[in-house]
Write a protein that binds this ligand. Sequence first.
Ligand SMILES: *Cc1c(COP(=O)(O)O)cnc(C)c1O
Length: 388
Amino acid sequence: MSDKETKAIRLQAKRSHNREHSVPLYLTSSFLFEDAEQARAVFADEEEGNIYSRYSNPNVDELLEKVCYLEKAEDGFAFASGMAAVFSSMAALLQAGDHVLSARAVFGSTHQLLTKVFSKWGITYSYADANAPETWESLITPATKMIVVETPSNPGLELIDLEWLGELKKKHGLILLVDNCFATPILQTPTDYGADLVVHSATKYMDGQGRVLGGLVVGYKELISEIRFFARHTGPAMSPFNAWTISKSLETLSLRVERHCENALKLAQVLEGNEALEMVRYPFLPSFPQYELAKKQMKQGGGIVTFAVKGGYDAARKFIDNLKMISITSNLGDTRTIVTHPASTTHSKLSEEERQATGITPGLIRVSVGLESIDDIIEDITQALAKV
Ligand SMILES: *Cc1c(COP(=O)(O)O)cnc(C)c1O
């Protein structure tokens, strides 16, 4: 842990002749060559060097070096958004006729990719349920190429046993892609269990302050090199400005994540006895259905707490309208505490059955617990619940 903390601070782009202490922002679309011969050699991969910021950039490379270290991965590529990372990682490695085995509870846009985008190109998928691991193997076909999961899932907070999944993917020779956005590399390192690719929406905890969009994929060199080829020529690269911002944020990632978790656990503990609620879910609460698994594969429970308000849809919305401080927005992983009502917003396009299958009940509220004083967070939520 302390090693990750040090590297997230000390890995830096090479210092310039100006001897700057903090890394400057390399806002440049292209890079100069000393002469025609150097241009030829860099293009021919005989000499290392930047060519064009759609390919690489010092700020982006610094960010990638840190994330590779944190996720214990060999190589990576940075994208304009988390979805660009998910899409490019899959599009680069899949072709017509391939099949994807995906956890049912995946991010909304990942669901749209599987059901509406890749299906146009002859790539099929099956959904498997996190709470029925015994069914997964029977869904693997000779055409299956990749397994896609998120753990914990959004917003149902379902966990998938990464050790078990690593064995399954090894047995069938599949590519395992884990979206590690909710846990961050501070709480869980999927490569420890054999994940081939780890993707992130850096928009969330990595930036952590609700400012910029960004996405990352890290993993094995051979896979990343195919993804890099795809990305370099299709153009979803992360901007140097966003890379600089996120790299700076990583310096405080472990501090922030620890505090997010501490606040989230306290909030979950206080809410557990609240009479306005049907249930409270947080991976590190002993009442959490997968508490043992959470303890096994996560260092702390993460920054997201969910609960179901008695009275369902209308009661949940009434709760939100009575909040005084907490933000109503769909982002998460911000310094500011955020509430979301998934059934009427982020997951409103799913059918009622699809929502049920992923644990999104009409009264479900997702709280992304921020870094404000925990007393103020608890005060705001309990006063709003009292008015439901
Ligand atoms: C937000 C999110 C994404 C998408 O990331 P963007 O940066 O918004 O494109 C993907 N996966 C998970 C789990 C997310 O929370």
